[in-house]
Design a protein around this ligand. Structure first.
Ligand code: RIB
Ligand code: CA
Length: 322
Protein backbone atom coordinates (compact mmCIF):
# COMPACT_ATOMS: atom_id res chain seq x y z
CA UNK A 1 0.00 0.00 0.00
CA UNK A 2 1.75 3.12 -1.17
CA UNK A 3 1.74 6.56 0.40
CA UNK A 4 3.35 9.86 -0.42
CA UNK A 5 6.26 10.98 1.79
CA UNK A 6 7.40 7.55 2.97
CA UNK A 7 9.25 9.15 5.93
CA UNK A 8 6.15 11.05 7.03
CA UNK A 9 3.63 9.36 9.34
CA UNK A 10 0.85 7.56 7.48
CA UNK A 11 -2.36 9.56 7.70
CA UNK A 12 -5.31 7.46 8.78
CA UNK A 13 -9.01 7.91 9.53
CA UNK A 14 -10.40 5.23 11.84
CA UNK A 15 -14.08 4.46 11.27
CA UNK A 16 -15.20 2.89 14.51
CA UNK A 17 -18.00 1.59 16.74
CA UNK A 18 -16.35 1.80 20.21
CA UNK A 19 -16.48 -0.79 21.52
CA UNK A 20 -13.84 -2.27 23.81
CA UNK A 21 -11.50 -3.56 21.13
CA UNK A 22 -12.07 -0.37 19.15
CA UNK A 23 -10.80 1.61 22.14
CA UNK A 24 -7.67 -0.53 22.25
CA UNK A 25 -7.06 -0.04 18.53
CA UNK A 26 -7.46 3.73 18.82
CA UNK A 27 -5.01 3.87 21.75
CA UNK A 28 -2.61 1.66 19.77
CA UNK A 29 -2.71 4.05 16.80
CA UNK A 30 -2.36 7.17 18.94
CA UNK A 31 0.75 5.77 20.64
CA UNK A 32 2.41 4.95 17.32
CA UNK A 33 4.41 7.81 15.73
CA UNK A 34 4.34 5.96 12.40
CA UNK A 35 0.67 6.91 12.19
CA UNK A 36 -1.12 10.26 12.11
CA UNK A 37 -4.74 9.82 13.20
CA UNK A 38 -6.40 12.76 11.44
CA UNK A 39 -9.90 11.85 12.56
CA UNK A 40 -12.31 9.31 13.92
CA UNK A 41 -15.67 8.63 12.28
CA UNK A 42 -18.34 6.71 14.16
CA UNK A 43 -20.90 4.14 13.11
CA UNK A 44 -23.54 1.98 14.77
CA UNK A 45 -22.48 -1.53 15.66
CA UNK A 46 -21.27 -2.51 19.11
CA UNK A 47 -23.57 0.21 20.44
CA UNK A 48 -25.95 2.82 19.04
CA UNK A 49 -24.09 5.44 17.02
CA UNK A 50 -24.65 8.25 19.52
CA UNK A 51 -23.11 6.08 22.24
CA UNK A 52 -20.21 5.20 19.93
CA UNK A 53 -19.66 8.90 19.23
CA UNK A 54 -19.60 9.80 22.92
CA UNK A 55 -17.18 6.92 23.50
CA UNK A 56 -14.90 8.00 20.67
CA UNK A 57 -14.64 11.48 22.19
CA UNK A 58 -14.13 9.99 25.69
CA UNK A 59 -11.32 7.77 24.35
CA UNK A 60 -9.60 10.80 22.83
CA UNK A 61 -10.12 12.74 26.09
CA UNK A 62 -8.37 9.96 28.00
CA UNK A 63 -5.52 10.01 25.49
CA UNK A 64 -5.22 13.79 25.67
CA UNK A 65 -6.07 14.23 22.00
CA UNK A 66 -8.75 16.90 21.89
CA UNK A 67 -7.16 17.98 18.60
CA UNK A 68 -8.53 14.96 16.73
CA UNK A 69 -12.04 15.51 15.28
CA UNK A 70 -14.81 12.95 15.67
CA UNK A 71 -17.49 12.90 12.96
CA UNK A 72 -20.68 10.96 13.63
CA UNK A 73 -21.96 8.63 10.94
CA UNK A 74 -24.69 6.14 10.18
CA UNK A 75 -27.11 4.96 12.84
CA UNK A 76 -28.34 2.02 10.77
CA UNK A 77 -27.35 -0.13 7.79
CA UNK A 78 -28.00 0.79 4.15
CA UNK A 79 -30.77 -1.66 3.48
CA UNK A 80 -32.03 -3.35 6.63
CA UNK A 81 -32.90 -2.53 10.24
CA UNK A 82 -30.05 -2.28 12.75
CA UNK A 83 -29.56 -5.70 14.35
CA UNK A 84 -29.10 -4.01 17.72
CA UNK A 85 -26.14 -3.37 20.03
CA UNK A 86 -23.77 -6.15 21.07
CA UNK A 87 -24.19 -5.18 24.72
CA UNK A 88 -23.50 -8.79 25.77
CA UNK A 89 -19.99 -8.31 24.36
CA UNK A 90 -19.19 -4.64 25.05
CA UNK A 91 -21.75 -3.59 27.67
CA UNK A 92 -24.75 -1.30 27.26
CA UNK A 93 -22.52 1.78 27.22
CA UNK A 94 -20.11 0.12 24.76
CA UNK A 95 -17.21 0.24 27.23
CA UNK A 96 -17.91 -2.59 29.69
CA UNK A 97 -20.47 -0.40 31.52
CA UNK A 98 -17.58 1.31 33.27
CA UNK A 99 -18.77 4.72 34.55
CA UNK A 100 -16.97 7.36 32.48
CA UNK A 101 -16.93 11.17 32.48
CA UNK A 102 -19.07 12.95 29.94
CA UNK A 103 -17.39 13.58 26.58
CA UNK A 104 -15.58 16.92 26.59
CA UNK A 105 -16.91 18.22 23.28
CA UNK A 106 -19.45 17.81 20.53
CA UNK A 107 -18.77 15.86 17.34
CA UNK A 108 -17.57 17.57 14.16
CA UNK A 109 -20.10 19.51 12.11
CA UNK A 110 -19.74 17.17 9.13
CA UNK A 111 -21.23 13.69 9.16
CA UNK A 112 -18.80 10.79 8.76
CA UNK A 113 -19.19 10.27 5.01
CA UNK A 114 -18.75 13.95 4.20
CA UNK A 115 -15.84 14.22 6.65
CA UNK A 116 -14.08 11.33 4.91
CA UNK A 117 -14.66 12.85 1.46
CA UNK A 118 -13.53 16.30 2.63
CA UNK A 119 -10.30 15.05 4.18
CA UNK A 120 -9.42 12.57 1.41
CA UNK A 121 -9.95 15.06 -1.44
CA UNK A 122 -7.85 17.60 0.46
CA UNK A 123 -4.94 15.15 0.67
CA UNK A 124 -5.07 12.98 -2.44
CA UNK A 125 -3.14 9.73 -2.18
CA UNK A 126 -2.18 10.34 1.44
CA UNK A 127 -4.99 8.92 3.56
CA UNK A 128 -5.66 5.29 4.52
CA UNK A 129 -9.13 4.46 5.82
CA UNK A 130 -9.16 2.03 8.74
CA UNK A 131 -12.75 0.80 9.21
CA UNK A 132 -13.19 -1.36 12.30
CA UNK A 133 -17.00 -1.45 12.43
CA UNK A 134 -19.83 -1.97 9.93
CA UNK A 135 -18.89 -0.49 6.55
CA UNK A 136 -21.93 1.77 6.15
CA UNK A 137 -20.05 5.10 6.34
CA UNK A 138 -17.46 3.95 3.82
CA UNK A 139 -20.18 2.80 1.44
CA UNK A 140 -22.01 6.11 1.79
CA UNK A 141 -18.79 8.00 1.06
CA UNK A 142 -18.25 5.90 -2.08
CA UNK A 143 -21.83 6.49 -3.22
CA UNK A 144 -21.52 10.24 -2.66
CA UNK A 145 -18.06 10.44 -4.25
CA UNK A 146 -17.47 7.65 -6.81
CA UNK A 147 -13.98 8.93 -7.54
CA UNK A 148 -12.96 8.59 -3.88
CA UNK A 149 -10.95 5.32 -4.36
CA UNK A 150 -8.52 6.98 -6.77
CA UNK A 151 -7.65 9.54 -4.09
CA UNK A 152 -7.16 6.99 -1.25
CA UNK A 153 -3.84 5.44 -0.27
CA UNK A 154 -6.01 2.44 0.55
CA UNK A 155 -8.20 0.77 3.16
CA UNK A 156 -7.26 -1.63 5.97
CA UNK A 157 -10.52 -3.22 7.12
CA UNK A 158 -11.29 -5.26 10.21
CA UNK A 159 -14.05 -7.50 8.96
CA UNK A 160 -14.99 -10.68 7.22
CA UNK A 161 -13.92 -14.29 7.31
CA UNK A 162 -12.39 -15.80 4.19
CA UNK A 163 -11.50 -19.38 5.10
CA UNK A 164 -12.98 -19.73 8.59
CA UNK A 165 -16.47 -19.64 10.10
CA UNK A 166 -18.19 -16.53 11.38
CA UNK A 167 -18.56 -15.11 14.88
CA UNK A 168 -21.92 -13.33 14.58
CA UNK A 169 -23.43 -16.30 12.73
CA UNK A 170 -21.92 -19.58 11.54
CA UNK A 171 -21.44 -17.83 8.19
CA UNK A 172 -20.55 -14.24 8.97
CA UNK A 173 -18.33 -11.90 10.95
CA UNK A 174 -20.10 -9.17 12.97
CA UNK A 175 -19.01 -6.05 11.08
CA UNK A 176 -20.00 -7.55 7.75
CA UNK A 177 -23.26 -9.07 8.99
CA UNK A 178 -24.22 -5.65 10.37
CA UNK A 179 -24.33 -4.31 6.80
CA UNK A 180 -23.62 -6.86 4.04
CA UNK A 181 -24.77 -4.52 1.26
CA UNK A 182 -22.33 -1.85 2.40
CA UNK A 183 -19.52 -4.36 2.72
CA UNK A 184 -20.09 -5.78 -0.76
CA UNK A 185 -19.88 -2.29 -2.21
CA UNK A 186 -16.72 -1.44 -0.25
CA UNK A 187 -14.83 -4.64 -1.21
CA UNK A 188 -15.43 -3.64 -4.82
CA UNK A 189 -13.65 -0.30 -4.49
CA UNK A 190 -10.78 0.20 -6.92
CA UNK A 191 -8.04 0.96 -4.38
CA UNK A 192 -5.65 -1.19 -2.31
CA UNK A 193 -7.69 -3.06 0.31
CA UNK A 194 -6.37 -5.23 3.14
CA UNK A 195 -8.88 -7.52 4.86
CA UNK A 196 -8.07 -8.22 8.52
CA UNK A 197 -10.66 -10.92 9.04
CA UNK A 198 -11.31 -13.60 11.59
CA UNK A 199 -8.76 -15.73 9.74
CA UNK A 200 -6.10 -13.81 11.69
CA UNK A 201 -7.97 -11.87 14.41
CA UNK A 202 -9.25 -15.02 16.10
CA UNK A 203 -5.70 -16.34 16.08
CA UNK A 204 -4.36 -13.20 17.73
CA UNK A 205 -4.79 -13.72 21.46
CA UNK A 206 -4.03 -11.33 24.30
CA UNK A 207 -3.96 -13.67 27.30
CA UNK A 208 -5.63 -13.09 30.67
CA UNK A 209 -2.13 -12.91 32.13
CA UNK A 210 -1.13 -10.18 29.66
CA UNK A 211 -4.38 -8.32 30.40
CA UNK A 212 -3.65 -8.48 34.13
CA UNK A 213 -0.15 -7.12 33.49
CA UNK A 214 -1.59 -3.92 32.00
CA UNK A 215 -2.55 -2.81 35.53
CA UNK A 216 1.14 -2.15 36.19
CA UNK A 217 1.29 0.44 33.40
CA UNK A 218 0.71 3.86 34.89
CA UNK A 219 -0.98 5.89 32.18
CA UNK A 220 -4.67 6.82 31.60
CA UNK A 221 -4.95 4.68 28.46
CA UNK A 222 -3.73 1.59 30.27
CA UNK A 223 -5.97 2.38 33.22
CA UNK A 224 -9.04 2.39 30.98
CA UNK A 225 -7.83 -0.82 29.35
CA UNK A 226 -7.56 -2.41 32.79
CA UNK A 227 -11.15 -1.40 33.50
CA UNK A 228 -12.74 -2.55 30.23
CA UNK A 229 -10.78 -5.63 29.12
CA UNK A 230 -11.98 -8.03 31.87
CA UNK A 231 -15.58 -7.65 30.65
CA UNK A 232 -14.45 -8.53 27.13
CA UNK A 233 -12.33 -11.44 28.44
CA UNK A 234 -15.31 -12.79 30.41
CA UNK A 235 -17.39 -12.77 27.22
CA UNK A 236 -14.71 -14.82 25.47
CA UNK A 237 -14.36 -17.27 28.37
CA UNK A 238 -18.14 -17.77 28.64
CA UNK A 239 -18.50 -18.42 24.91
CA UNK A 240 -15.85 -21.09 24.44
CA UNK A 241 -13.16 -18.58 23.56
CA UNK A 242 -9.56 -18.33 24.71
CA UNK A 243 -8.37 -17.51 28.23
CA UNK A 244 -7.99 -13.93 27.08
CA UNK A 245 -9.36 -11.97 24.15
CA UNK A 246 -9.37 -12.12 20.39
CA UNK A 247 -7.53 -9.04 19.12
CA UNK A 248 -9.84 -7.88 16.35
CA UNK A 249 -9.61 -4.13 15.64
CA UNK A 250 -5.97 -3.66 16.71
CA UNK A 251 -5.01 -6.07 13.93
CA UNK A 252 -5.46 -3.22 11.43
CA UNK A 253 -2.99 -1.10 13.38
CA UNK A 254 -0.42 -3.84 13.85
CA UNK A 255 -0.62 -4.63 10.12
CA UNK A 256 0.09 -0.98 9.26
CA UNK A 257 3.01 -0.92 11.70
CA UNK A 258 4.46 -4.38 11.13
CA UNK A 259 3.12 -6.17 8.04
CA UNK A 260 6.00 -8.62 8.29
CA UNK A 261 4.09 -10.41 11.03
CA UNK A 262 1.39 -11.45 8.57
CA UNK A 263 0.99 -13.65 5.52
CA UNK A 264 -1.70 -13.04 2.93
CA UNK A 265 -3.37 -14.25 -0.22
CA UNK A 266 -4.84 -12.01 -2.89
CA UNK A 267 -8.29 -12.58 -4.33
CA UNK A 268 -11.31 -10.48 -5.28
CA UNK A 269 -14.00 -10.61 -2.60
CA UNK A 270 -17.79 -10.59 -2.74
CA UNK A 271 -20.22 -10.54 0.17
CA UNK A 272 -23.33 -12.73 0.33
CA UNK A 273 -26.23 -10.26 0.46
CA UNK A 274 -28.87 -12.94 0.34
CA UNK A 275 -31.50 -13.48 3.00
CA UNK A 276 -30.57 -17.03 3.90
CA UNK A 277 -28.10 -18.67 6.25
CA UNK A 278 -25.06 -17.46 4.32
CA UNK A 279 -25.86 -13.76 4.63
CA UNK A 280 -22.77 -11.70 5.37
CA UNK A 281 -20.20 -14.30 4.36
CA UNK A 282 -17.16 -12.85 2.56
CA UNK A 283 -16.27 -15.02 -0.45
CA UNK A 284 -12.78 -14.79 -1.98
CA UNK A 285 -12.53 -16.00 -5.59
CA UNK A 286 -9.71 -18.50 -5.09
CA UNK A 287 -10.42 -19.92 -8.56
CA UNK A 288 -11.79 -18.41 -11.78
CA UNK A 289 -11.22 -14.92 -10.40
CA UNK A 290 -10.90 -13.53 -13.91
CA UNK A 291 -13.96 -15.25 -15.29
CA UNK A 292 -16.39 -15.73 -12.42
CA UNK A 293 -19.45 -13.51 -12.80
CA UNK A 294 -19.58 -11.18 -9.82
CA UNK A 295 -15.87 -11.35 -9.12
CA UNK A 296 -14.12 -10.89 -12.48
CA UNK A 297 -14.44 -7.10 -12.56
CA UNK A 298 -13.06 -6.67 -9.05
CA UNK A 299 -9.55 -5.82 -7.87
CA UNK A 300 -7.87 -8.46 -5.70
CA UNK A 301 -8.03 -7.83 -1.95
CA UNK A 302 -5.05 -8.62 0.31
CA UNK A 303 -6.58 -11.19 2.66
CA UNK A 304 -4.53 -11.83 5.79
CA UNK A 305 -4.26 -15.55 6.50
CA UNK A 306 -1.39 -16.05 8.96
CA UNK A 307 -0.21 -14.03 11.97
CA UNK A 308 2.61 -14.07 14.48
CA UNK A 309 0.26 -13.52 17.42
CA UNK A 310 2.96 -13.19 20.06
CA UNK A 311 4.79 -10.52 18.06
CA UNK A 312 1.77 -8.31 17.34
CA UNK A 313 0.38 -8.54 20.87
CA UNK A 314 3.80 -7.64 22.24
CA UNK A 315 3.90 -4.62 19.92
CA UNK A 316 0.47 -3.44 21.06
CA UNK A 317 1.38 -3.80 24.73
CA UNK A 318 4.68 -1.98 24.18
CA UNK A 319 2.81 0.93 22.59
CA UNK A 320 0.16 0.93 25.35
CA UNK A 321 2.99 1.46 27.85
CA UNK A 322 4.43 4.47 26.02
O1 RIB B 1 -16.11 -9.25 14.75
C1 RIB B 1 -15.33 -8.33 15.49
C2 RIB B 1 -15.72 -6.93 15.17
O2 RIB B 1 -17.06 -6.68 15.61
C3 RIB B 1 -14.86 -5.88 15.91
O3 RIB B 1 -14.76 -4.72 15.13
C4 RIB B 1 -15.65 -5.59 17.15
O4 RIB B 1 -15.39 -4.27 17.67
C5 RIB B 1 -17.04 -5.66 16.61
O5 RIB B 1 -17.34 -4.41 16.01
CA1 CA C 1 -15.25 -2.54 16.11
Amino acid sequence: MSQQGAAAPRKIIIDTDPGIDDAMAIFFALASPELDVIGLTTVFGNAHVDVCTDNAIRILDIAGRADIPVAQGAGRPLAMPYRGPADFVHGVNGLADVPLPAPSRAPHALDAAHFIIDRVLAAPGEITLVPVGPLTNIALALLLCPELPQHLAGMVIMGGNAFVGGNASPAAEANILNDPEAADLVFGADCPIVMCGLDVTERTIMSSEQIAGIAAIGNPRAQLATQILPYYRDFHLSHGGPDGIHVHDSTCISYLLAPQHYQAVHHPVRVDCGQSVGRGKTWPATRHALSAEGWKARRAVTILTEVDSAAVVALELERLAR
